[in-house]
Design a protein around this ligand. Structure first.
Ligand code: HEM
Length: 465
């Protein structure tokens, strides 16, 4: 039995860290030519075995709990930000139950209520861009600010939204600064950003805690948001899910949903700016579904906006914010169909973007063509996951398009993300016509936790009407 081939390196300890972080996709593509779908590289004293292709995705996403651990990979990064007792700071079965608690807070009824709120937030936010002639707008900054407003207004609750314009935004900023890839490697460094992060964590927790206490004191029961649903949970074995746990899970959701959604909204609008015909078609679709582009958006009607769906799906195929999924190997595992044994202590990495832009799966794979999804029914491979409240569709890890992951750690925010993105994009194109500036499409910055466009991201806009 053999270990997978290794990428040679000349700088001890650091290994391939520099080549990797400049452009991980290029690094993977070049080494795949030499070594095939499965190979190991060294970064900052750790060994990563990347598993490419649909079999590689399936291997990582469906690896057994006894063989690999997500907690061991992500904990140094996530626990100081989210807090103790939730997500990767507890046994996996507790995370599975936490995901179930969260699911209950994302019902269709909740979504029905969210759409008009997100529409209003978007309109209010982009009013500030309004003048008769239009101009240039900083799209990336705008989307970051808007998404934190919409997510707090809906999932987090109105009390948090009310605080967003003052205290919460800065606290969030400090927390976010402490959520960088470097923390995975240098958790022991006394960085100033870590002190700010730890202070921000406590402040954020107290903000949520105060809202919970106020709701309890006032016997509030009519709320349907996430906070309310997390206030009343118990684990199956009777262990209480405490208010502090609820605060920590709220922070985790805030972090999981913020950059993923805001970068996706940014890229989607950039692609639209590059393809003005699609903007016309989106407005036509709104007319045909709602009767007019002035009619309020609503959750049920938006289900019929398939072009809008396909624009988002295509954006996530080409520009998924998460390009590397990690698990730490806790028991040596063999890669199926090979004699490669991946040793204990290595990390295995999936990078679904590799299949998402592969010509073998998608014709003209690098091009933005939402229409490619018209005739593709996303294939179910039967490997759906059961968290104890019914099977999750799309759990199949051999699907070449996996921006939300697969298996037991699959994203639970997908539907919320789609609702939010559909509402924001629809409202934006109603308000403004947009086009790229002379800089064209930005490249990708891979050094951030969530891949984002190289800044600054400006766009030309012109008020409609
Ligand atoms: C997990 C992507 C939005 C909450 C994941 C994973 C991916 C992902 C790839 C799998 C991670 C892994 O296997 O290690 C995305 C994308 C989003 C998005 C592309 C938006 C475009 C959201 C939102 C929320 C959310 C809005 C919550 C409000 C979660 C949670 C997990 C998760 C709780 C589970 C982590 C686990 O079980 O280990 N997401 N996400 N995500 N996401 Fe999302």
């Amino acid at each position: 039995k053999n270990a997978p081939p290794e990428v040679p390196y000349w700088i001890p300890y650091l290994g391939s860290a520099i080549q990797f972080s400049v452009n991980p996709l290029k690094f993977y593509a070049e080494n795949r030519e030499k070594y095939g779908d499965v190979f190991t590289y060294t970064m900052v004293g750790r060994k990563f075995t990347v598993c490419l292709g649909t079999e590689g995705n399936n291997f990582v996403f469906n690896a057994k709990l006894a063989d690999v651990s997500a907690e061991e990979s992500y904990k140094p990064l996530t626990t100081p930000v989210f807090g103790k007792g939730v997500v990767y700071d507890c046994p996996n079965h507790m995370l599975m139950e936490q995901k179930k608690f969260v699911k209950w807070g994302m019902s269709n009824d909740a979504f029905r209520a969210y759409v008009p709120e997100i529409e209003e937030e978007t309109r209010n936010y982009f009013q500030r861009w309004n003048n008769k002639v239009g101009g240039r707008g900083d799209l990336f900054t705008a989307m970051g600010e808007l998404i934190i407003n919409t997510a707090s207004r809906t999932l987090m609750g109105p009390e948090i939204r009310a605080l967003m314009d003052e205290s919460v935004a800065q606290v969030y900023h400090d927390l976010d600064d402490g959520f960088q890839p470097i923390n995975m490697f240098f958790e022991w460094l006394p960085l100033p950003s870590y002190f700010r992060r730890d202070k921000a964590h406590l402040k954020m927790r107290n903000i949520f805690k105060k809202v919970i206490e106020e709701r309890r004191a006032n016997n509030v029961t009519d709320k349907t948001d996430m906070l309310q649903s997390l206030m009343n949970q118990t684990y199956k074995d009777g262990t209480p899910f405490t208010d502090v746990d609820a605060c920590h899970l709220m922070i985790a959701l805030l972090m999981a949903g913020q950059h993923t959604s805001s970068t996706t909204a940014t890229w989607a609008l950039l692609f639209l700016a590059e393809n003005p015909d699609l903007i016309k078609d989106l407005l036509e679709e709104q007319k045909s579904v709602l009767g007019s582009v002035d009619a309020p958006l609503n959750f049920d009607a938006m289900k019929n906006m398939t072009l809008l769906d396909n624009v988002i799906r295509e954006t996530l195929r080409l520009r998924p914010p998460i390009i590397m999924i990690l698990r730490k190997v806790i028991r040596p595992i063999t890669f199926p169909g090979t004699d490669y044994v991946i040793p204990k202590g290595n990390y295995i990495a999936a990078s679904p973007i590799a299949t998402q832009v592969d010509e073998r799966f998608y014709k003209n794979a690098k091009a933005f063509e939402p229409s490619r999804w018209e005739n593709i029914v996303e294939e179910e491979t039967g490997e759906s996951v059961d968290y104890g409240f019914g099977k999750i569709a799309g759990g199949g890890a051999r699907n070449p398009n996996l921006p939300f992951g697969a298996g037991r750690h699959r994203c639970i925010g997908e539907t919320f993300a789609y609702v939010q993105l559909k509402t924001v994009i629809s409202t934006f194109v109603r308000m403004y016509d947009l086009s790229l500036t002379e800089r064209g499409m930005p490249g990708s910055d891979f050094t951030k936790m969530f891949v984002q466009p190289v800044l600054p991201v400006e766009i030309n806009y012109k008020p409609r009407n």
